[in-house]
Design a protein around this ligand. Structure first.
Ligand SMILES: O=P(O)(O)OC[C@H]1O[C@H](OP(=O)(O)OP(=O)(O)O)[C@H](O)[C@@H]1O
Ligand code: HPA
Length: 178
């Protein structure tokens, strides 16, 4: 792995593919142990989480379902500010064990807006699995139950994460060179 250029910016190697896969196997093993017999529904938030979701899901050793959703944000009324709604969630969450799959919790804004909507459906349990989080960037308190890596507040690329549309296909994670 070496420094790469995407659009106008340079990125240096940060987490290699072997480390990533090893950590994801560990997370999948933990989830499998904790949620044995619950037939959880995994909800992957597109676009960024597609690779993480695919890898976690294939390493699970329990019965589970998966659904992919896209969040769309639009301007609500003055009092509600931005409203986030989801496209593609057809399942009824009532009484179910639900695992949210996110590639990254950065400021936490996305999940802080979306979690209440899921909770509204009264799942039996709602847990979060995130590959990455940036503690220094967090502005909203998000309880991450299964975390891959805690990372510094620098822009990341690869393994689902993009810079202006590119870089999602990289099998490893890169960090912006500043
Ligand atoms: O914690 P936050 O600051 O809200 O950031 C995290 C969100 O940002 C990214 O999605 P993005 O909105 O860039 O869309 P994408 O997944 O399609 O790239 C990422 O996949 C998370 O969903
Ligand atoms: O560090 C990041 N990289 C790419 N996309 C993102 N979305 C939130 N944080 C990031």
């Amino acid at each position: 792995m070496s420094v790469i250029q995407v659009h106008d910016k340079k990125f240096q190697p940060y987490i290699n593919a072997v480390e990533l896969q090893q950590r994801i196997r560990e997370l999948a093993a933990e989830i499998s142990k904790d949620l044995q017999g619950e037939r959880p529904l995994f909800i992957a938030i597109l676009n960024g989480s597609f690779m993480f979701a695919a890898d976690v899901f294939k390493y699970l050793t329990i019965e589970a379902e998966i659904s992919f959703i896209k969040l769309v944000s639009y301007k609500g009324t003055k009092s509600t500010g931005n409203v986030v709604t989801s496209i593609g969630l057809d399942e009824d969450l009532y009484g179910r064990t639900v695992v949210i799959l996110e590639d990254i919790v950065d400021t936490g804004k996305t999940l802080s807006q979306f979690l209440p909507q899921l909770e509204h459906q009264q799942p039996k349990k709602l847990v979060i699995a995130a590959l990455l989080t940036k503690p220094e960037a967090l502005q909203y308190k998000i309880p991450i139950d299964y975390l891959g890596f805690s990372v510094p507040n620098k822009f990341l690329l690869g393994y689902g994460l993009d810079y202006d549309g590119l870089g999602r296909n990289l099998p490893e994670i890169y960090q912006l060179v500043e």
